[in-house]
Design a protein. Structure first.
Length: 251
């Protein structure tokens, strides 16, 4: 006899990961939560509506995005307090990872309400594991600031990090980013992961200068995960040598 699955818990906020490209990547658990919840809070109700339609799921949709997070978080908390089961999804991937979700989770936890993660697709993990760069230690930055000075300052601050650096970038700024990486990390191996899980998924590997030359020859579309190899032993030695040479003795 097939084991009966436990029902969803009333008054719970379910963080449901959705496909970042390939619809086959949705989990059976995610589908069950979406079918059994009372309402779906979505970053883009039109896009989520298409996803639900594809899987023949019909549920009320509540818009929840960057510019209405405060108001919607209050409404979601009220629903949870009434015992409703709320599924939170973003356009693609895992809620709260460079997408809306963190604010309502923080509020729900502070209010003593139950939050449950329904894990699944995440662009960061998909890119990192297939990059060929070290995965035992990494630092996720998300999106860099738009202003050049702030971007450069943040990259400079990450130079001494030993693990792999991972960040998100749009196709409109990837060439600019490579130029910045060429100035800050000229000799580091870089991996550009684009169109993840989709038909034209691609991993481009090389130094910043090599990738800049490639971008100059062809147009690269899609959202990017950019991975930068961590500080090497040689770089660390040079950094220590440079710091030592700058010390002035008072003896």
């Amino acid at each position: 006899m097939e084991r009966m699955l436990p029902p969803l818990t009333p008054g719970t906020l379910y963080l449901v990961a959705t496909p970042i490209g390939n619809l086959e990547d949705i989990t059976l658990r995610a589908l069950r939560v979406l079918r059994e919840c009372d309402v779906v809070a979505a970053e883009d109700t039109r896009r989520t509506g298409q996803l639900l339609k594809h899987f023949e799921i019909s549920k009320p949709l509540l818009s929840y995005f960057q510019f209405n997070e405060a108001k919607r978080s209050e409404e979601i908390l009220e629903r949870l307090k009434r015992g409703e089961k709320v599924a939170l999804v973003t356009d693609a991937g895992t809620p709260g990872i460079s997408d809306p979700g963190e604010r309502v989770v923080r509020a729900a936890v502070a209010a003593g309400l139950r939050v449950e993660s329904v894990p699944g697709p995440c662009a960061l993990v998909a890119a990192l594991t297939a990059s060929g760069l070290p995965t035992d230690e990494f630092h996720f930055i998300g999106f860099l600031p738009h202003k050049s000075g702030q971007r450069r300052k943040q990259l400079e601050a990450l130079k001494r990090f030993a693990g792999t650096l991972a960040l998100y970038e749009s196709p409109y700024r990837v060439e600019k980013l490579l130029g910045e990486l060429n100035e800050v990390f000229p000799n580091r191996p870089i991996v550009l992961a684009r169109e993840l899980t989709k038909k034209f998924e691609e991993f481009l590997r090389g130094t910043p200068a090599e990738l800049l030359a490639l971008v100059a020859k062809r147009s690269l579309k899609g959202e990017f995960v950019v991975l930068v190899s961590g500080m090497t032993a040689d770089e660390e030695a040079k950094e220590c040598e440079s710091s030592s040479s700058g010390v002035v003795s008072n003896g």
